[in-house]
Design a protein around this ligand. Structure first.
Ligand code: DX5
Ligand code: ZN
Length: 221
């Protein structure tokens, strides 16, 4: 089986017990912690920053932390997240004045770099930077909130990006974020994704392990 990564979005976790809830989802079998950073400017919501990332590390979370920056500007927050223990840092190209420079900044700070595409963002932002990317993240909802429905046009976009990655020969993860559930994860994987963010689908259920196990058995089909 392909090496699939399941990345629960802690946006849907219990923020009053964030360390516990994050540890619980990891012991239920999650691979990566997806960490949504919203600034009430680039997106219409406000969430968590580097201090919370550092707190999770201090609490003993050792799993990779996948920081999804929905902020503008991007660059000045990158070193803070790197210091706070981020593993991946992904950003939206429209939010950066200099996309190549931001990617380099993330790498210089010792993190893996990702570029995020909103449903209507053209893939042309990938031109000239594919060789520097570790992750391409396709949003399957408009960013800002958990619990939205998967936008079906994302499947075609995933297939396009899967072809681009395979043709490039680079080792790039294809991540999908928004509306991922047990009922559609197999179809999303078939379109080419290999890293799956799921917030409400996991955290709305009492038994995280049951959901994650079911996702893995869908992925094995
Ligand atoms: C949306 C965030 C997502 C979101 C996913 O802007 O980037 O990570 O939390 O939540 P669900 O899985 O509920 O769509
Ligand atoms: Zn996200």
């Amino acid at each position: 089986m392909k090496n699939f990564l399941i990345a629960p979005s802690i946006l849907s976790a219990d923020f009053a017990r964030l360390g516990d809830d994050t540890a619980r989802v990891l012991s239920a079998g999650a691979d990566v912690v997806h960490f949504d950073v919203m600034d009430n400017h680039y997106v219409p919501n406000l969430t968590i920053g580097p201090m919370v990332c550092q707190s999770l590390r201090d609490y003993g979370i050792t799993a990779p932390i996948d920081v999804h920056l929905m902020v503008k500007p991007v660059d000045r927050i990158v070193p803070d997240f790197a210091k706070a223990g981020a593993t991946y840092i992904s950003f939206h190209p429209e939010a950066s004045e200099h996309v190549d420079r931001t990617i380099q900044l993330i790498k210089e700070n010792g993190c893996k770099a990702g570029l995020v595409f909103n449903p209507a963002t053209p893939l042309s932002y990938l031109d000239y930077v594919m060789d520097k990317l570790d992750v391409i993240l396709l949003m399957s909802v408009n960013p800002g909130f958990g619990g939205q429905s998967f936008i079906p046009a994302t499947l075609d976009k995933l297939r396009q990006v899967r072809r681009l990655i395979d043709d490039s020969g680079f080792d790039i993860r294809l991540e999908v974020d928004g509306g991922v559930k047990t009922s559609n994860i197999a179809e999303i994987a078939a379109a080419g994704a290999d890293m799956f963010v799921a917030g409400s689908a996991i955290f709305s259920q009492p038994d995280y392990k049951a959901v994650i196990d079911q996702m893995r058995s869908e992925l094995a089909k």
